[in-house]
Design a protein around this ligand. Structure first.
Ligand code: S3P
Length: 428
């Protein structure tokens, strides 16, 4: 599906965005191993999360979609049934990686996990290698590098492990395997990554605590089911915030947005760039910070994003490239080689597509450098079947001098169904 975005018109008004993708995945996958019925109100019914729902159903878990509420009938830590077919994780890295951690400890049960073409190019050794160290019988294609993955659940040992990459998916998979193991585990991360798994597990009564960058987890006997209220996804809100920052005369209020500090690196980047925003009415809802965000347009300046800020803003970095095209001076992102193994090679893809609109952007091995401000021209760009690319390009289109057609734009439904309609409804 192609979508054409016309430039101009201010972005004004109030909105909410769909539920948090990371928390929805966890509500489904971790809810599935609770002892009883969990509820998740405000869950995200997007393609990615539907892959998690389908997967746990194949593992014997009943999941009801009742309007805005998801009801997950957990089978206990070791209660999943052996699936009678291959599990298709679609395009969802969170589904395949977190499931590996859970299934590695389902003693005696075999499972085979695959996904779409894009997922079958994404790295799995980062998960499979430490799981093997725990005694798991897990293998992947291409010497454990890629999906499909084959698992025969086994009794797991504890693990002391320092992750070579800062990845919340790896951390989460190992913590889940750690709960199923017979000894304590210690998982250390090189930089802080999103901590939704830890927060949810603590709420479920799991024997887990965090000390600096190390999570210590004990073998668990059971997880208590919980009732969750899932906030709007900050990573989806980010596209609307950026639209308000860029289009002159804009002002936007977004309510009920998750602002867990392990997710809001973009706000620090925006602050450094001189963007206009306020975080209001912050409160804690179901162990997660939630707030209203107000954003308005004012001149931007370039900045450097590197180090610890990278994992805290990882999914928003393509959007930072778009902001950089309209900022005075240079916007540089470094230490972000992980972007090359997301739904697309986000460094190559954003540089290629923004250049088609006239942006001055150079690819770096671990990031990019953008010189601005540059007037962007209309044209045709491609999403590379990556939802965050499609939405970042739609934001760029708002400040172009002519219409921009985004090819393969249907992928926005992976994380933000209704994105284009919501954006249009806010323009005046
Ligand atoms: C996610 C973690 C991040 C992020 C992805 C969702 C999660 O991936 O990019 O969109 O839900 O844990 P990595 O763990 O690979 O960095």
């Amino acid at each position: 599906m192609n979508v054409t975005v016309e430039p101009g018109r201010r972005v004004r008004g109030e909105a909410t965005v769909p539920g948090d993708k990371s928390i929805t995945h966890r509500a489904v996958l971790i809810g599935a191993i609770c002892d009883g019925v969990s509820r998740a109100c405000g869950y995200l019914p997007a393609q990615d999360c539907l892959a998690s729902i389908r997967a746990v159903r194949q593992l014997g878990v009943t999941v009801e979609e009742r309007g805005a509420e998801l009801v997950v009938h957990g089978l206990g830590l070791h209660g999943m049934t052996e699936p009678d077919d291959v599990i298709d994780c679609g395009g969802s890295g969170t589904t395949i990686r977190l499931l590996c951690g859970i299934l590695a400890g389902q003693v005696g049960k075999a499972a085979f996990l695959t996904g779409n073409e894009a997922l079958r190019r994404r790295p799995m050794r980062r998960i499979l290698e430490p799981l093997q160290e725990m005694g798991a019988a897990v293998i992947g294609r291409s010497s454990d590098q890629l999906p499909p993955v084959a698992i025969r659940g086994a009794a797991l040992r504890g693990l002391r492990y320092t992750m070579p990459v800062a990845s919340a998916q790896v951390k989460s998979a190992l913590l889940l395997a750690g709960l199923l193991a017979s000894e304590p585990s210690e998982i250390s991360e090189p930089a802080r990554t999103r901590d939704h798994t830890e927060r949810m597990l603590v709420a479920m009564g799991a024997p887990l605590r965090t000390e600096n960058r190390t999570v210590l987890v004990q073998p668990a006997t059971r997880l208590e089911p919980i009732d969750l209220h899932i906030p709007g996804d900050f990573s989806s809100a980010a596209f609307l915030l950026a639209a308000a920052w860029l289009v002159p005369g804009s002002e936007l209020l977004l309510r009920n947005i998750g602002v867990n500090p392990t997710r809001t690196g973009l706000l620090e980047i925006a602050r450094r760039m001189g963007a206009g925003f306020l975080v209001e009415e912050e409160k804690l809802v179901c162990q997660e910070e939630v707030a209203s965000l107000v954003a308005w347009s004012q001149p931007l300046r370039g900045t450097l994003v590197n180090g610890e800020l990278v994992p805290l803003s990882i999914d928003e970095l393509p959007l930072v490239a778009v902001l950089g095209t309209q900022a005075e001076g240079e916007t540089v992102v470094r230490d972000a080689a992980e972007l090359r193994v997301k739904e697309s090679d986000r460094i190559a893809a954003i540089a290629t597509e923004l250049r088609k609109l006239g942006a001055a952007i150079d690819e770096l091995p671990d990031g990019f450098a953008v010189r601005g401000p540059t007037p962007l021209r209309g044209g045709t760009v491609n999403s590379h079947h990556d939802h965050r690319l499609a939405m970042a390009l739609a934001v760029a289109a708002l400040v172009a001098q002519g219409p921009v057609t985004i090819e393969a734009a249907e992928c926005v439904a992976d994380s933000f169904p209704g994105f284009f309609a919501l954006l249009e409804s806010l323009r005046c």
